[in-house]
Ligand binder design. Structure first.
Ligand code: AMP
Ligand code: GLY
Length: 409
């Protein structure tokens, strides 16, 4: 198939890499230097014109911004086959107030909350919560619109900085899990669970980012938990909304069961990198079946080997980032057995590849067990250098701690 991949990040590079392995012809817009190694790049965000020029058999959308802007309705109106949610359903990600009120209405487990459209009332509402309390901006914020406030002063400052349209919610405790399912309005195919690492520094400290690394391991969820998540969260959502595309539930596995922290309406970044690394095949076919409402009976097989992605970020991220730092060592890293280096914020400068965004690369590898997957990934990270490079040293360490005697196969 001719497949158009929309986006320019590590997630899109990973999707395109997987689809190219399956023999599909890849186009991307606006693309990045990694995507350019896989297929033709159209450096434009006028996606309708790009699709009309290419006439793809299928389009897959990576990021939330075009989905929330209604790209799926636009494409469908033109008879183009596309994977993703309607603009209405994209509000599950585009507005936290919409998502929370939907969950409340349908009875989907989530943190207790109040909505607010006036800072003074929001501050008043703090009385109904204990600390820490979570303050969230209503709209899209690239993972940076959430503040966990540990006392009244922090909560008040968060309300003033994120307002006026806000959610204030109860702080949930437990393991965080990313659960993503491909949906065609009726049927659901769950991808494997992954775990992201949201904060910039080791040990889950520092400000939130778009995600600093993720891993995929078949043991993240038990079969019972997977069943519970499908029954109590994913299926009711799909039934009520006729959701199409990737429904991503960011979950907290609390003592009283899985609760939704947030919905996204797309694949996660960086969760997609380890997911694509582990997939065995049939991804393109599943996407086509999804976009044409024929998902029922589809399965996606993954290799047993755990996979890990470590994000390399620019100097300054997640605040003001510096760009234009030359990047060295990608080829050496990519030559290592089973290693894929996915591009995110990179660009081809006059003297070679340089940094061009906050999250620069996603170094991804696997291994026969999680400990080897972690070792292989960090061995590849060690080959790559750019000035100010930041990365977390503890990606997948929660898994290593949970399953200490990882049996070697
Ligand atoms: P979100 O953008 O809603 O996923 O929030 C970003 C991150 O903030 C999440 O991945 C969690 O680590 C944290 N977070 C958000 N909401 C809560 C909550 N209610 N309780 C605990 N942590 C939360
Ligand atoms: N990694 C979190 C997200 O894609 O929203």
């Amino acid at each position: 198939m001719k497949i158009l991949v929309i986006g320019s990040g590590g997630r899109e590079h990973a999707i395109a890499w997987r689809l190219a392995l399956e023999g599909h012809q890849i186009f991307s817009a606006p693309g990045n230097p990694g995507l350019a190694q896989i297929g033709a790049v159209h450096p434009s965000t006028d996606y309708v014109s790009v699709a009309q020029a290419i006439q793809p058999d299928l389009t897959v959308v990576g990021p939330e911004v075009p989905l929330v802007a209604g790209i799926v309705d636009q494409f469908r109106a033109l008879g183009l086959v596309i994977v993703g949610p309607s603009q209405e359903n994209a509000q599950l990600e585009g507005s936290k107030i919409y998502a929370k009120e939907f969950m409340q209405r349908v009875g989907i487990p989530t943190a207790r909350f109040v909505r607010s459209e006036a800072p003074d009332l929001a501050i008043e509402a703090l009385r109904q919560f204990e600390y820490p309390v979570v303050v969230k901006a209503d709209g899209l914020a690239a993972g940076k619109g959430v503040i966990v406030a540990h006392n009244y002063a922090e909560a008040e400052a968060a309300i003033r900085s994120l307002g006026p349209r806000l959610i204030i919610e109860e702080f949930l405790r437990g393991e965080e899990v990313s659960f993503i399912a491909l949906c065609d309005g009726r049927s659901v195919v769950a991808l494997e669970a992954t775990q992201d690492h949201k904060t910039i520094h080791d040990g889950d400290t520092g400000p939130n980012t778009g995600g600093m690394g993720a891993y995929c391991d078949g043991r993240i969820l038990t079969a019972a938990d997977t069943g519970l998540i499908l029954d109590s969260i994913i299926e009711p959502t799909v039934r009520m909304t006729r959701f199409t595309g990737f429904l991503y539930a960011g979950l907290m596995m609390t003592a009283t069961g899985p609760k939704v922290i947030e919905f996204n309406v797309r694949l996660g970044d960086p969760e997609t990198q380890p997911l694509m690394h582990r997939l065995e095949g049939g991804f393109g076919d599943a996407l086509l079946r999804d976009a044409t409402g024929q998902l029922q009976g589809t399965t996606l097989r993954s290799k047993p080997d755990p996979s890990v992605c470590v994000v390399l970020a620019s100097y300054g991220y997640p605040a003001q980032v510096r760009t234009g730092d030359p990047i060295a060592g990608i080829e050496t890293a990519a030559e290592m057995e089973g290693v894929q280096v996915f591009h995110a914020g990179t660009k081809m400068g006059p003297r070679g590849l340089e940094t061009a965004g906050g999250r620069v690369l996603g170094v991804t590898a696997s291994g026969p067990d999680l400990a080897s997957a972690v070792r292989n990934t960090y061995a590849a990270v060690a080959k790559i250098r750019f000035a100010g490079m930041q990365y977390r040293h503890d990606i997948a360490h929660k898994g290593l701690k949970r399953w200490p005697q990882a049996a070697r196969r």
